[in-house]
Design a binder for this molecule. Structure first.
Ligand code: NAP
Length: 393
């Protein structure tokens, strides 16, 4: 069996850790080429001890120097690099076959694009890449012959429910609609008044999935579902109205494809990100992910309901941004990142997250997203507008 060499961008995060868990189960198939983190130098050291990567990357030179010292003491030969250019280098390195793109936020954009341009197999967890630069990104995937496998459980599920060749518009393949499932988050059924009192710790306690804090808040506001709707449009050549959000509190069905003959194909499994990660790593084969078999008798029932867009306006804002096109999704994403950060810092109420995003959206013009510079500029200006609004509060 040929060994596949893997770079894990964002190795110390929730997705990164799950990826290393799967990789560690298959030493005969995978070698870790590079592991990257932002500031979590101790966690990265522990991962280097376990997985012996050729390269490790941290953001600050000071942290990198510390890691170099620790690795030398442990007698490990891992090279340690620092800064954002190093992320690009380990993503496009010729010896790398597969890149897990699991850095959170806009910082993931350039290294993910570098992996695509180098024609790698790219396991895409980072949402911001498709949300902010979907058109450019999908164009680059096609031009450079990269293999793109979505890791978000919903998109991974849809990928599994569609025909192998599904580009060129859903209608061409007899697909009527994509059904994007949502757990509804920890506040499903809450009124807007009750939501106004929500604290960061409440928002981060997701009922079914264990995730990073930013994405946990996004799940609670349903912005996460909105961002996923935008991602699904790009990944599967769909229009926003071809995607229906279905609240499904058990999180057992991870999404579905509805066909014109009346068939609905669903992907089911325990809520564990190691399933889509293992699928992405091994596709088109299947490997053990360490995930328990789904016990349907224990699940017993599956419930479905529409999303409450009045209480959770972020979903509507995202759909409108996708329909508006151009830089609108990048503006939405930037404003949301600032708002979530302010909420987690106790500077903004839970329901004010959507309000701030709507204000920034109204204040920023939509222009065609013709290149990365235009998108990054829209992102910076949206963040500035969001910060200015926060200061005025
Ligand atoms: N968790 C899930 O279940 C899930 C599901 C679907 C999609 N996703 C998406 O996958 C991505 C990762 O999610 P997560 O939950 O794993 O996030 P997370 O737990 O917050 O981990 C983020 C990772 O990115 C690194 N990082 C953060 N900021 C960085 C920067 N400026 N430069 C370089 N590296 C940076 C972190 O390093 P430090 O540890 O040093 O901070 C960490 O390794 C997100 O885009 C998320 O939306 C997550």
């Amino acid at each position: 069996m040929t060994i596949s060499r893997v770079t894990v961008l964002g190795a110390t995060g929730s997705i990164g850790t799950s990826t290393l868990d799967v990789l560690g189960r298959h030493p005969d198939r995978y070698r870790v080429h590079a592991l990257t983190a932002h500031r979590s130098r101790e966690a990265l050291l522990a991962q280097c001890r376990r997985h012996h990567p050729a390269v490790a990357v941290l953001d600050a030179e000071e942290d990198a120097a510390w890691l170099r010292g620790q690795l030398a003491e442990a007698g490990l030969a891992t090279e340690v690099l620092a800064g954002s250019q190093a992320l690009v280098e380990v993503a496009e390195a010729p010896e790398v076959d597969c890149v897990m793109a699991a850095i959170v936020g806009a910082a993931g954009l350039l290294p993910t694009l570098a992996a695509v341009k180098a024609g790698k197999r790219v396991l895409l967890a980072n949402k911001e890449t498709l949300v902010t630069s979907g058109a450019l990104f999908m164009e680059a995937v096609a031009r450079h012959g990269a293999t793109l496998l979505p890791i978000d459980s919903e998109h991974n599920a849809i990928y599994q429910c569609l025909p192998v060749e599904h580009r060129g518009g859903l209608g061409r393949h007899g697909v009527r609609q994509l059904l994007l499932t949502a757990s509804g988050g920890p506040f499903r059924g809450w009124s807007r008044e009750a939501l106004a009192e929500v604290t960061p710790n409440q928002a981060c306690a997701h009922p079914n999935w264990s995730m990073g804090r930013k994405i946990s808040v996004d799940s609670a506001t349903l912005m996460n579902k909105g961002l996923e709707l935008i991602e699904a449009c790009w990944l599967f050549d769909a229009r926003p109205e071809q995607i229906q959000v279905v609240v499904h509190p058990q999180s057992v069905i991870h999404s579905m494809a509805a066909y014109s003959d009346g068939s609905v194909i669903a992907q089911l499994g325990n809520p564990d990100m190691r399933t889509p990660i293992a699928y992405g790593l091994a596709w088109p084969e299947r490997i053990d992910a360490g995930v328990e078999a789904l016990d349907l008798f224990q699940v017993a029932r599956l419930d479905f309901e529409p999303a409450d867009e009045a209480a959770f306006p972020c979903l509507r804002l995202a759909r409108e941004a996708m329909a508006a096109g151009g830089t609108a999704p990048a503006v939405l994403n930037a404003a949301n990142e600032v708002a979530v950060e302010a909420f987690l810092a106790g500077r903004l109420g839970f329901t004010e997250i959507g309000e701030l995003v709507a204000r920034v959206r109204d204040a920023r013009p939509v222009v065609p997203a013709k290149d990365l510079e235009t998108i990054l500029e829209a992102d910076v200006l949206a963040r500035r507008a969001a910060h200015a609004w926060l200061v005025r509060q």
